[in-house]
Design a protein around this ligand. Sequence first.
Ligand code: SF4
Length: 286
Amino acid sequence: MAKCGVCFRHCELREGETGFCGGRTCREGVVRAANYGLVTSLALDPVEKKPLNRFCPGKLVLSVGSYGCNLRCPFCQNHEISWSAKAMRSALSAERITPEVLTALALEYKSRGNIGLAFTYNEPLIGWEFVRDAAKLAHEAGLKNVLVTNGTAELAVLEELGGYIDAMNIDLKGFTDRYYRELLGGDLSMVKAFIARAVQLCHVELTTLIVPGENDSEEEMRRLSRWVAGLTDGEEKRIGASVPLHVSRFFPRFRMRDRDATSVSLVYRLADVAREELNYVYAGNC
Ligand code: SF4
């Protein structure tokens, strides 16, 4: 039996068993990434699509995804590779690619405006070993690295990657324990600790998807943005007000089709609330 140290679930796995996220397996008594180098999606995307609005604007980034996720968001837009039955079929048809080949591909696309690699689409941190190896090579080749994550990982994982990642977009999906625990199968306190450390290591932008009836009150947005504004550089200097926040519109999809899309006016109103504390607030999907 071996314990996984990546996220709050701390899955205990017997030899050959796979964890809750579907991306980690116990092999030779150690829990490791089963999805190492297994690629389900590869695309040259605008940096703004990650979304990152204040990092290399106008550039492209070679975006790579594998399979598996440690959360269970019922509205997941990437459920075909994250946690549906289809995700496990995607796993079987994924193509294996080495960090060396991925970096060479990123270099090839440099002439088309590519800045480097983005680890995204599924939850990259459940396969952090591949992120580390590819990001290290990309840095050595003079490229940049972007991580798009739900931030549900132990700080030890973040420290392994910290030196190689130049920018992150981290989901801060809401600001109540109930929402994270009951609807998403997550852990708000782990995400907060991750964000608080990440802002000290690299450029960070945050995304909050506004789901009608769940996390859409002005009071919750006020508490969330106040907390972000209070983030520090580790030496008591407050830097949080400069952390960009994307307030994003929900659309019914996957297993959450029982409500309408968030009204555009509500997204704008909540973005205005966040602006009381934060300098860079963007309304997304509107
Ligand atoms: S990363 Fe996966 S295997 Fe590890 S504790 Fe989390 S859900 Fe379990």
